[in-house]
Design a protein around this ligand. Structure first.
Ligand code: HEC
Ligand code: HEC
Length: 466
């Protein structure tokens, strides 16, 4: 019996398309096409998150855009120039290794690949302290100084005991940890209120965000009403809105806080400017606060144009357009092994214990003017794109957090070398991620806790397959 089963597994591994149908002509079920027919690639290797979607028509532009994501920016003129004078990282990939997510670390180090936390210095009410940019800058080009010397950032991981004494119903135990972050006052260059607090946030994957952009806004509004009618999203009576590239308010769908509404004015297009401080025609000023600019002027340094706008910028709009073709055109890796009986069992549990209330399995895209090939596709991101309060201990800035897409998660370790989860990367395994689901997901978590060991394992197998 065991032998027969492992043969089935081995044979499906050999099929390049990820399915295990005995008839090669037979079509795979639609769930395999995570990013729809035009946004999915059948690749399960370590570069699975870096692939071009079939919908992309200008491949050369895609490759030019890819370079902007992968390269390290430097100071001065020339290709890859324009870094600083104050900045967060020299490249996107430092925080998004293998195009995936950063990992949980004990020590913040902006030079280290994959050490990708964003840091926020905020007031107890969650508003950012005004001397600092929302995304804290810890690097500067000499003789400029950064607002904070990053060696003063301390991340402590604290053991947490939950309401069940960290035990499943069957008696098996687990461990949970959460971060407490501080910055030594002596490491802070600018004025800060005495009761300042510090939070961290890990990254989200980049792939598939072009497809999420193609979901009609009305579908998200409809989903929000539907969830409210079922008792979810109660504390969040209104949807979050954020300005698009034309200055119009649209429903936020990107980042943990849903603070960005379109990809064109999204986290990536913004990061290209504010992570590196490389200016371009639509952002011809520095990402810096008045407090920092005044401090630099006090030190006798040149600050001409920092706030008011530069005549000459460091990146052209043509380069930015290429970057957006790459960004939008990244494919999602196809699901794997869905026909495996254990994965099937896990899928049934995922649906029956209520995970799909928030991890909405599929959406249908509308007409996409940016990438017409992405129009009218059924995609499988496993998120409702809405914010929920999971009642987490020490949530940092994210009391309400957008449901993270689960597509591609099973390949995360292989593509990035880590698979830490949740907004601050506190979860080291799928089980821990689920066990941090309280608040709106309390009942769902209890159902998970009450499953048998083999059922829990099956559920995780399903998460690994999608
Ligand atoms: C300092 C580390 C860091 C760097 C460098 C960085 N990011 Fe991010 N990125 C993050 C974090 C943290 C998040 C989650 C932020 C949030 O939710 O507010 C994120 C989120 C995103 C998302 C949102 C995904 C989603 O589903 O909402 C995209 C897209 C993205 N980044 C693209 C980029 C691009 C493109 C670059 C380079 C131009 C870049 N990032 C550079 C830290 C970084
Ligand atoms: C009430 C809504 C809700 C329900 C129900 C829910 N989730 Fe979540 N889930 C979320 C939110 C919100 C996050 C992001 C939380 C964060 O990052 O702090 C999340 C994150 C996750 C993550 C981590 C993803 C990552 O990459 O960081 C996993 C895994 C996950 N959920 C699995 C499940 C499973 C399995 C179930 C069913 C047992 C479930 N969730 C039920 C809302 C929900």
């Amino acid at each position: 019996m065991l032998l027969a089963f492992s043969t089935i597994l081995a044979s499906c591994d050999r099929k390049p398309n990820g399915g295990n149908s005995s008839n090669p002509e037979e079509e795979l079920s639609e769930e395999y096409y995570t990013g729809g027919k035009t946004g999915t690639v059948f690749n399960r290797a370590s570069n699975a998150f870096e692939q071009v979607a079939p919908a992309v028509t200008d491949y050369m532009a895609f490759k030019r855009g890819e370079k902007l994501f992968e390269q390290s920016f430097v100071t001065g003129d020339g290709p890859a120039g324009g870094l600083g004078p104050v900045y967060i990282r020299t490249s996107c990939e430092t925080c998004h290794p293998g195009y995936g997510r950063s990992r949980r670390v004990d020590k913040f180090d902006s030079n280290e690949y994959g050490n990708g936390y964003l840091v926020m210095i905020h007031n107890p009410d969650g508003s950012i302290c005004q001397s600092f940019t929302t995304m804290l800058q810890t690097r500067a080009v000499e003789p400029y100084l950064p607002p904070v010397d990053e060696s003063g950032i301390r991340i402590n991981w604290i053991e947490h005991t939950d309401e069940y004494g960290n035990k499943y119903a069957d008696g098996e135990t687990y461990s949970l940890i959460y971060p407490e972050v501080t910055i030594d006052r002596s490491a802070i260059l600018l004025d800060v209120p005495s009761d300042y607090q510090v939070s961290i946030e890990g990254t989200i994957g980049i792939f598939g965000t072009g497809l999420l952009d193609a979901i009609p806004e009305d579908s998200i509004i409809e989903r929000h009403l539907h969830e409210q009618s079922r008792g979810y999203c109660q504390g969040v009576s209104t949807l979050p809105y954020a300005l698009d590239e034309n200055g119009e308010a649209k429903v936020g769908r990107y980042t943990y806080g849903c603070t960005r509404s379109t990809l064109q004015n999204g986290p990536g297009s913004n990061a290209l400017w504010n992570i590196t401080n490389v200016t371009r025609p639509d952002r011809n000023y520095l990402y810096a606060t008045t407090a920092w600019i005044e401090k630099m002027a006090e030190m006798g340094l040149d600050t001409l144009g920092f706030a008011g706008g530069f005549e000459k910028t460091e990146m052209t709009m043509e380069e930015f357009d290429d970057f957006m073709i790459w960004h939008r055109g990244l494919a999602v890796p196809a699901a794997r092994d869905l026909d495996n009986p254990i994965v099937q069992q896990g899928k049934e549990l995922f649906y029956s214990i209520g995970c799909t209330a928030c991890h909405k399995p599929s959406w249908t895209t509308g007409y996409d003017k940016h990438m017409p090939g992405f129009s009218y596709q059924k995609i499988w991101p496993y998120t409702d794109l809405l914010r929920h309060d999971l009642g987490m201990k020490n949530p940092g800035l994210r009391q309400k957090c957008r449901t993270t897409p689960l597509w591609g998660k099973g390949l995360m370790y292989q593509c990035t070398g880590a698979n830490d989860m949740l907004h601050d990367m506190r979860a080291r395994t799928f089980e821990e991620a689920i066990l941090w689901h309280g608040g709106e997901a309390q009942q769902c978590k209890e159902s998970f806790r009450n499953l048998s060991k083999s059922e829990r394992d099956a559920l995780v197998k399903f998460l690994e397959a999608i």
